[in-house]
Design a protein. Structure first.
Length: 386
């Protein structure tokens, strides 16, 4: 796997002016060993916001009193590629690490499965709980969340509207089972001591799945209809109780990050500043799987420009060409990279979430591209020069 640009390097003859030919822009680079090496070793890989400054720091003549990493004697060739400073850079580094370090790239990148909520539908009495394990076991996975604490907080709050179990033991219903505090408070259907039938419990699990899959709208619509019915019957006290419950549902839904979805419904378009001026980089998110990037130029000083909506349609359609429609779970590494970018405190760019049942809103996407290019859709914080 090669990067777009390459330059030979000889540490014995290279002067300070050698680095003047490199741009002072964000880039991903690889430093390869010299030809005289008997057994070529994998390259040193890195990303930076200022390529010239980073290369000068790594390849300047070594000082005896310095502990900084110096690769002047090792390097025989430099490869680099200009990138956008956010997800595009992370994506390219991920592909390079996977190519050159196939057994170690996850550890080198510190990749972990993001935190998800799992509704284990294969269990006789399913429960919903946070997990970092993603498996094709027929369960419903919902997320990703920024942290385990955030997932636990959201699940604890929204489960208060339902009566599925919170216990972790493998249940074998027995009338002599003592139950737990949730069953005593009537916050659980108590399958442990046969407080409900299997069919009733599965119906409650279905309500939980609908809540997660529909972003809480199923519960909101049901409560709104119940409140209207109570008001029409002049049962104002009951309507007030339902209204307060509706307000609590809205409060709980505000705890849910926009990115958190049923993984099968996790669709969107990532828009971030591109490598070139007046360009944005686009990624397609299809059921949690990353595709791209492609570059869109918003430079209007070109002869016979095509309409932006037509350009966008062509670019996004090209990401689907030759790709198999996702039928199972997305690669967890894609989810990890997406979550790391989205929840970063110095994120650059925006994510437009998409409804798989509707067409892409190209007019809204064009406005988002212009916003990102003008710097309005990017964070003002900046991360370290990695």
């Amino acid at each position: 796997m090669k990067l777009q640009n390459a330059a030979p390097f000889d540490g014995r003859t290279a002067s300070e002016t050698f680095f003047d030919s490199f741009p002072t822009r964000p880039a991903v680079f690889a430093l390869f060993g010299g030809r005289e090496s008997p057994a070529p070793s994998p390259p040193y890989l890195g990303r930076t916001r200022n390529l010239r400054r980073r290369l000068a720091r790594l390849l300047r003549p070594a000082r005896s009193d310095s502990r900084m990493l110096n690769l002047r004697e090792f390097t025989g060739r430099i490869e680099y590629q200009l990138v956008g400073p956010g997800l595009e850079a992370s994506w390219l580094v991920y592909k390079l690490q996977r190519h050159y370090y196939p057994r170690q790239y996850r550890q080198r990148l510190r990749l972990r499965t993001p935190v998800l909520l799992k509704l284990n539908l294969r269990n006789r009495f399913p429960r919903c709980y946070p997990t970092r394990r993603l498996a094709a076991d027929g369960s419903l996975y919902y997320g990703p969340f920024p942290s385990r604490a955030a997932a636990e907080h959201f699940s604890a709050e929204f489960l208060s509207f339902f009566k599925i179990r919170r216990c972790v033991e493998e249940l074998d219903p027995d009338p002599v089972h003592p139950g737990c505090i949730y069953s005593q408070m009537q916050m659980c259907l108590a399958p442990c001591f046969r407080g409900c039938t299997d069919e009733a419990y599965q119906q409650e699990v279905g309500r939980v799945a609908d809540f997660l899959g529909g972003g809480g709208q199923t519960l909101l619509r049901a409560l709104e209809a119940e409140r209207a019915q109570a008001a029409e019957a002049l049962e104002f006290e009951r309507a007030g109780i339902i209204h307060r419950k509706l307000e609590k549902v809205h409060t709980v839904l505000r705890l849910k990050p926009e990115l958190a979805r049923d993984l099968h419904d996790l669709h969107g378009v990532v828009v971030e500043p591109g490598a070139e001026a007046q360009n944005v980089a686009l990624f397609r998110v299809c059921a949690g799987e990353l595709r791209g990037p492609v570059a869109l130029s918003l430079d209007e000083n070109v002869p016979s420009p095509l309409p932006l909506d037509r350009q966008l349609r062509t670019l996004l359609d090209s990401l689907d060409e030759g790709s198999t429609p996702p039928t199972g779970l997305p690669p967890w590494e894609h989810l990890s990279l997406l979550a790391r970018w989205y929840y970063s405190s110095f994120r650059e760019g925006e994510l437009l979430m998409l409804d798989p049942a509707r067409d892409i809103p190209y007019a809204r996407l064009i406005r988002l591209c212009r916003k990102v290019l003008e710097g309005e859709g990017t964070s003002k914080e900046r991360g370290p020069d990695l």
